[in-house]
Design a protein around this ligand. Structure first.
Ligand SMILES: Nc1ncnc2c1ncn2[C@@H]1O[C@H](COP(=O)(O)OP(=O)(O)O)[C@@H](O)[C@H]1O
Ligand SMILES: [Mg+2]
Length: 364
């Protein structure tokens, strides 16, 4: 076939877009055409040529785009997640022509943690137990309902997450003790005029304080799942982000943190990947099997070229579960590929290298 032409829908100043353009320049590809979300949202759509491969990228980090999707207000507030989600899917629906590298139906599942959990579970990918998996599951409307659903599922330690959130915004890690004592950790900040995402994880204690926080998030369509204990060393817990491109795990990062959420912007750090490999190998589970779990998770989204899988190793490294799958989980500057899988390539170069085979397979 002729060399594919790439278009990307994103925020042009976003580092994801500039890294993609850099990777294209390095491998001698024609410069991808950038279509901004702002243009798509304000002009009611965009049109692509039949042979253009269309990558959808994050609409995040642009206050104007955020306002168009979520409604006007401070972009760091945690509010209107369901509206943001509906607006994003509607905007994707206004893109005409071309061939998608990011499938709209996959995107709809990836940006709904409840549906994503159900999709993974139905493909027998190991996931934490959840009483809110899928469209049919109850949506808790307040803290007493969250507590009740968690208790009925047998969960004493659990995560509460806005279904359409990302970057740990609104994520709360809750621990309950048999006597009714409750504590939690979250980066959410409650202010007089609403709830905000901060960059600091703090502790909340007692039913009243934790309940007030969860109640303030209750409009966000909440997902609840078991809090899986992570392996830890010197007080830092660890999990992994694994990037899967065209079905193959190509990049992995060990993330370590003193907090239950390891997101890098919340103080998580890149750890020594060899320690993870050795952990899985010496526990008898095996590094290869850990990568295979991530690939099985990605296989639930076969029409999307690249996803980022949050892989949660068991505390003893003898198994691994999937916390979530991210549509835009490939922003990992300076990371080269796994040996024998994407040698010397960053996450964007690896996607460009996979594109031709992918485009042919998609056309077949
Ligand atoms: N069920 C879980 N058990 C243990 N840790 C979890 C669980 N779910 C999420 N985490 C931790 O919390 C972080 C944020 O959760 P995640 O679902 O990825 O939300 P977001 O999409 O907002 O980043 C994850 O990166 C992981 O470190
Ligand atoms: Mg995540």
């Amino acid at each position: 076939m002729t060399r594919p032409r790439l278009a990307v829908v994103g925020n042009p100043e976003n580092r994801r877009v500039t890294m993609l353009l850099d990777a294209a320049a390095r491998c001698g590809m024609p410069t991808p055409r950038v279509v901004s979300w702002r243009e798509v949202l304000s002009e009611g759509g965009a049109r692509f040529d039949p042979d253009e491969l269309v990558r959808l990228d994050s609409p995040g980090e642009d206050p104007d785009v955020d306002a168009l999707l979520r409604g006007p207000g401070d972009p760091t507030r945690i509010a209107e997640g369901p509206r943001w989600y509906a607006s994003l899917l509607a905007a994707v629906g206004t893109l005409r022509g071309g061939r998608r590298l990011t499938d709209p139906l996959d995107l709809a599942v990836l940006f709904d943690k409840r549906r994503c959990h159900a999709a993974l579970a139905s493909h027998r990918v190991p996931v934490p137990i959840s009483p809110t998996s899928g469209d049919e599951a109850p949506v808790p409307r307040n803290w007493p309902e969250v507590r009740e659903l968690a208790a009925a599922a047998g969960l004493r330690r659990f995560f509460v997450k806005p279904a359409h959130g990302s970057s740990a915004a609104g994520v709360v890690a809750v621990e309950t003790a048999p006597g009714g004592r409750v504590q939690a950790r979250s980066s959410v900040e409650i202010a007089a005029d609403g709830v905000y995402n901060s960059l600091r994880v703090r502790r909340l204690s007692g039913d009243a304080e934790v309940g007030a926080l969860v109640d303030a998030l209750a409009g966000e369509c909440l997902h609840i799942e078991a809090w899986l204990p992570k392996p830890s060393r010197r007080g830092r817990a660890a999990d992994l982000r694994i990037v899967v491109v065209a079905g193959h795990a190509t990049h992995a990062v060990l993330r370590t943190s003193a907090h239950p959420m390891t997101n890098l912007h919340l103080g998580g750090q890149r750890g020594d990947l060899d320690a993870a490999r050795a952990g899985f190998d010496s526990a008898g589970f095996g590094w290869g099997q850990a990568l295979a779990v991530a690939e099985r998770a990605a296989a639930c989204f076969p029409r999307t070229l690249c996803v980022g899988v949050d892989l949660l190793p068991a505390a003893d490294w003898r198994s691994a579960a999937v916390g979530e799958v991210n549509a835009f989980g490939d922003l990992l500057p300076g990371l080269t590929g796994l040996p024998g899988r994407a040698d010397g390539l960053d996450t964007y170069a690896a996607q460009l290298a996979a594109i031709e085979g992918w485009a042919d397979a998609a056309a077949a």
